[in-house]
Design a protein around this ligand. Structure first.
Ligand code: UDP
Length: 150
């Protein structure tokens, strides 16, 4: 089982796409094990996007991610990191495959609606940035045997 951090970015919240985006993850069978709405501070944004510091889009990215409330969640499932990234689509919505969140609702790379961790180390780091251990729940769902072959 894998866990990954998903953010519905400020444009997703403003455009009324919280339910739509969460639905797409739920419908795949992914399990939400932590969820909250919050405003990302400039300090948290800088830690979360530290790898992009110095890049041309960095300042705009920090302004964007801190511009309004986001929904943060931890999502669990087999290969959750890759499954979430495939469900989101390519970073640039113009290049994302139709049927993905970014292609279906986005047009430009600077307003691409969602974030999902890009690997196991990043996922562990990012989950730790956004959630305390006691905010992450372990639970069984009645549908689990119908979603997961064990
Ligand atoms: N980004 C941008 N312009 C770029 C590249 C990235 O505005 O040329 C933003 C975009 O919001 C993206 C985020 O920076 O989601 C992080 O970039 P990354 O390459 O890590 O893409 P992701 O993992 O989010 O698909």
């Amino acid at each position: 089982m894998e866990r990954t951090l998903v953010l519905i970015k400020p444009d997703g919240v403003q455009r009324g796409l919280i339910g739509e985006i969460i639905s797409r993850l739920e419908r795949r069978g992914l399990k939400i094990v932590a969820l909250k709405m919050m405003r990302i501070t400039p300090e948290l944004a800088a830690r979360h996007y530290a790898v992009h510091q110095g890049k041309p889009f960095y300042e705009g990215l920090i302004r964007y991610i801190t511009s309004g409330p986001v929904v943060a969640m931890v999502v669990e499932g087999p290969q959750a990191i890759e499954v979430v990234r495939k469900t989101m689509g390519a970073t640039d919505p113009a290049k994302a495959e139709p049927g993905t969140i970014r292609a279906d609702f986005g047009l430009t790379i600077g307003r691409n609606l969602v974030h999902g961790s890009d690997g196991p180390e990043t996922a562990a780091f990012e989950i730790g940035l956004f959630f305390r251990e006691d905010e992450i729940l372990s639970y069984e769902r009645a549908i689990d045997p119908w979603v997961l072959e064990r």
